[in-house]
Design a protein around this ligand. Sequence first.
Ligand code: FA5
Length: 346
Amino acid sequence: MLENLEKIKAQFKEELNGVNMKDEIERIRVAFLGKKGLVTEALKDLRNLDVEAKKVAGQQVNLLKDEIEKAIVEFQKTLEEREYQKEIANTERYDFSIPSDVTVGTLHPITIVQSQIEDIFKTMGFIIEDGLEIQTEFNNFEGVNIPKNHPARDMTDTYYLENGQLLKTHTSAAQNTIMRKYGAPKPGEPLKVLFPGRCFRNENIDASHENTFFQLEGMMIGDDISISNLIYFMKVLLSEVFERDVKVRLRPGFFPFVEPGFELDINCAICGGSGCPTCKHSGWLELLPCGMIHPNVLRLGGIDPDKYTGFAFGLGLTRLAMMKYNIKDIRLFNSGNLKQLRQFTI
Ligand code: FA5
């Protein structure tokens, strides 16, 4: 009898060692302590023993029963702890008592000015389009009346990709695609589009020239669009952005894609017009070239220049942000200097 109890004990230990899941413990409990379990059967077998042997063996069987019950409870706890540890190891944990040094991000000054202008133009019925940064040579040059070998290409040298495409030098690169997308406007419903974007040029960098900068272009095409419309929209744009009177000058300007073309310069906000490195000591900063869209450009865009006219402007958005916020050096914008960049608010 006692030998049998030792065997049961050894078997129990072996089976318990092989258990990995809580559910398996119940099976073992039944196998040893259940109605027909090994320990229960051993208890029943006591009846066949004489009184003395029954006393000794009875004690041993009960001890074994207690031992197995305790071992099962303990093992169950161990398994539960193991499963809990596994679960928390796979979960993201937060300690809310640790002081946080995370600061809230702010909008980049260029983004602030861009959305402000977009809002102004949206209220005047303009659609916002998103021009590509990588463009075809056609869209950037031929499509806006700058054929191969035209001197204007030298002034806007850029970065070419191996597949012949290039990083666009101006937002005007989207003009052709936009004209083709919307087609000729219906009578009395001019096409009004605004398309901001990042531009790239192989540039001698200084206080007002970057190799990567933003422009914001606008275009209005219809059956009755004139220079007065152009001047009206430019005035609205500047007065809304600056919320104060700004001195501007309009002078003739040459761009192959407009005829006539103008340069709208702004009185340098940094020096008040007396001359400084930002305005190259001229007192003025080129900001808003514009003009009436050249008939060739309309034709290339699939719009009949005998029926339609239009204006376009190419605002130097980065420079506008400089003037609005009195930023002396354009290099701040791409500097990643958060201490300075996060000071700007809407
Ligand atoms: C153009 O890029 C024409 N596509 C603009 C245009 C559109 C004219 C539609 C007529 C009709 P321009 O090269 O002058 O023009 O650039 C326009 C503006 O972009 C400049 O007035 C200036 O404010 C800004 N700009 C040009 N080059 C740089 C540069 N390297 N860094 C910062 N801003 C620049």
